[in-house]
Structures are given as C-alpha cells and as structure tokens.
Design a binder for this molecule. Sequence first.
Ligand code: PRP
Length: 228
Amino acid sequence: MRYLTFALAKGRLAGKAMDMLRGLGVDCREFYDPNTRRLIFADEERKMRFFLAKASDVPTYVEYGAADIGVVGRDTILEERRRIYEVMDLGIGKCKMCVCGPESSRELLRHRQLIRVATKYPVIAKDYFYNHRQQTVEIIKLNGSVELAPLVGLSEVIVDIVETGTTLRENGLSVLEEICPLSARMVVNQVSMKMENERITALIGQLRKQIPGNDAAGRRSNENSAFK
Ligand code: PRP
C-alpha cells in the first residue's frame, strides 16, 4: 500500500485537523513533540504521511500531487484557484471574509467611489468589487497586519478575515460588508481521487461522522465562487 500524503496548513488549523484524525485512530505522536524539527510525520501502520506547509502553498502541493489531501482555509482556496477537489467542510477555523474600515468609509462604498482596498487577498477582493459589487477600485496587496492600512492612510478600506473582531475593535475599525463565510476544508488531488478512491472516500465518510451540518459537496474548487 502506498502512503496517503496530507499537506496541512501550518498553525492552529494543523493542530485541530490532526486532533480530528487522531479521533479516527491515526497515530502520529511525533507531530505533538514541541522540540522536533522534522517536516514530515508518518503513521506507518496506516501508511499515512503528514507535512506542514505555509497555508497558501497547500493547494499547490495538492494540485501537483505532492500531497494527495490538503487541509486549508477556504480563503486560501478561493485566492489560489488551483485545480483541486474541495470535498469537505471540516467545520473548524470558522470566520468571515469582510470589507472593513472606519465608519467614514461606509459612504464611499455606498456611492461606489474609486477607493483603495488593501488586502492579503487580491483575487477575492477583485472578484468581490468588480464582479459582485460592480465597483472599480484600486487593490493594494499587503502581506499582513492589513488593519494598519486605513489607520495610516494607505487605503480607505481593507478586505480581510474577521474571527473574533478584536483586531478591528482595538483599532477603531468596523465590518462594513460581509463577503463570505470561511472555514477549513479538505481538498484532494484530482488523480488521487480516482487512484485512491476507496481509501479517500472511507476517510471522508469517517471524518464526516464527526462533523455536524457540513456541506458535503464534492465540487471542483476552481468552479467555486464565494458569492453565489
Ligand atoms: C488574521 C486576520 C486579522 C485577524 C482577525 O490575522 O488577518 O488581522 O487575524 O482576527 P480577530 O477578528 O480574531 O481579531 P493573522 O493573525 O493571521 O495575522 P496577519 O494580520 O499578520 O496576517
């Protein structure tokens, strides 16, 4: 039996995903060792391998087949637009993609003014403003701490993830519009889905039992629009 390889988005999601897999009996003690510098962990008995990758790289590993399966946020899936199957909402890492800014920017949005939008998600922001809102804007790509942009005059609004809302509140910003809900998804390589169908389908079935109210749909992620 060949290894089934998983790419997990580094950080909170990876820990939560691993906990779910542990609930199915997957044994990967090394993963929980805080001192390890290993990049790949294995459950030899079940022939499963796991590696941690930067979230934005997970869809790439899965599209090219370096990983059969990925666990990553829907934000990354929508932004990267890779040819992969999105098979399951894991019901963890729930948050929202939003347009945020100072209250004073609400009017600029309402009047469809040519505003500047700072974001780590230029694809999602462009799709939302151009296709959904039919508003021309200037998108400015940032790599983090996006809430800074309206505070220092770089942009009028931001498109970013809101989880608890604490970052916005502490910086005098508000949610001006909600773009779409987000959560962690399981994604699968298109060839692996055929070649390893039995194992992957069984795994999906087992995981699904742990998740109440998921959306179970096996869609191609690049046919996915956030705003339908
Ligand atoms: C994310 C996001 C917001 C914040 C939202 O940032 O981009 O800044 O979390 O969380 P909250 O609503 O619970 O305050 P992250 O921590 O990933 O860091 P970054 O801004 O450097 O990307």
